[in-house]
Write a protein that binds this ligand. Structure first.
Ligand SMILES: [Fe+2]
Length: 296
């Protein structure tokens, strides 16, 4: 597939300090090297960052960084995007340096979600050491996790991810938003790219004032999730969903509200389907147990 993984997420912040305590003390991420631009680099593994918190006028989601395996794959995706009428802006050397990549280009999906498409990610091999004792995060060729983004015109957005970016269907779900099972529902489309992660991007036909619905990080053990859950509660962060197990991707997780306003799903145990024999499904529930939601 053209795109191999979610490489990073850019976040905007009016003040990066709350992110430092939330990400390092609660989630257990490692602060990266200090940067001249003042952005906060947050590490999950041996890459210079997986989350980049940039000073800005607003708190919210900035962009997803999607990784291509090489320059040829990168150019091919950009050519398809241009042919589809997408406005593509090539990042300059300063932006590429900021993202620690060889080359990148910026565009938006049909819902307006910002995408940075790159190849040639730099790796400094510094070992990941969690300040909160997290044993580690599942990354490597699976990418850093997944992102769930808003797309009110859901069909157009799905067509773009499949037809232009080369994603494919994993699953879909429609969840009622009222006690009436036949009442209004939110539909989520789960899409995978060129790695075994159940979904790298999901699109939901719901508004998200912060710019994202949630991002997901996958720890290496169940204990990592439980400990993070109790750290988040002890620190007084809003728990958007209690511990639970998702039906479609089997992730054991909880959701905590980040300083950006969107949730971080902190999980473990995601299913990695064999795409050569996989048949897309339609789920009628979101979780096997738990995940009591509190959207307040
Ligand atoms: Fe998720």
């Amino acid at each position: 597939m053209s795109i191999c993984a979610l490489g990073y997420v850019v976040i905007t912040a009016t003040d990066v300090a709350p992110w430092r305590s939330f990400a390092c003390d609660v989630l257990g991420l490692m602060a990266g090297a200090a940067r001249a631009d003042g952005a906060l680099a947050l590490r999950l593994d041996d890459r210079p960052f997986r989350l980049l918190v940039q000073s800005a006028a607003t708190d919210g989601f900035g962009a997803i960084g999607l990784e291509c395996a090489d320059a040829a794959a990168w150019r091919a995706v950009l050519a398809k995007a241009t042919a589809a009428g997408v406005t593509v802006t090539h990042g300059d050397a300063a932006l590429a340096k900021s993202r620690c990549v060889a080359e990148l280009a910026c565009f938006a999906d049909p819902a307006g979600n910002a995408i940075e498409l790159y190849h040639g990610r730099m790796t400094d091999y510094a070992p990941f050491v969690s300040p909160a004792g997290v044993s580690g995060f599942l990354t490597g060729n699976l990418g850093m996790g997944h992102a769930v983004l808003p797309a009110l015109a859901l069909g157009d957005a799905v067509d773009f991810y499949k037809g232009v970016l080369g994603f494919d269907d994993t699953d879909r779900i429609s969840v009622p938003v009222t006690p009436d099972p036949d009442g209004p529902a939110i539909t989520v489309r789960f899409l995978h790219c060129g790695n075994p992660r159940h979904h790298t991007v999901a699109l939901a036909d719901m508004p998200a004032p912060s710019g994202a619905v949630h991002i997901m990080l996958e720890a290496l053990t169940m204990a990592d999730v439980g400990r993070a859950y109790y750290r988040a509660k002890a620190a007084g962060h809003h728990i958007s969903a209690t511990l639970g197990e998702h039906a479609n991707d089997r992730v054991f997780s909880f959701y905590v509200r980040s300083p950006a306003g969107f949730d971080v799903e902190f999980g473990f145990g995601g299913w990695q389907p064999d795409w050569t024999s996989y048949v897309p499904t339609i789920s009628t529930i979101d979780s096997l147990w738990g995940h009591d939601w509190d959207f307040g």
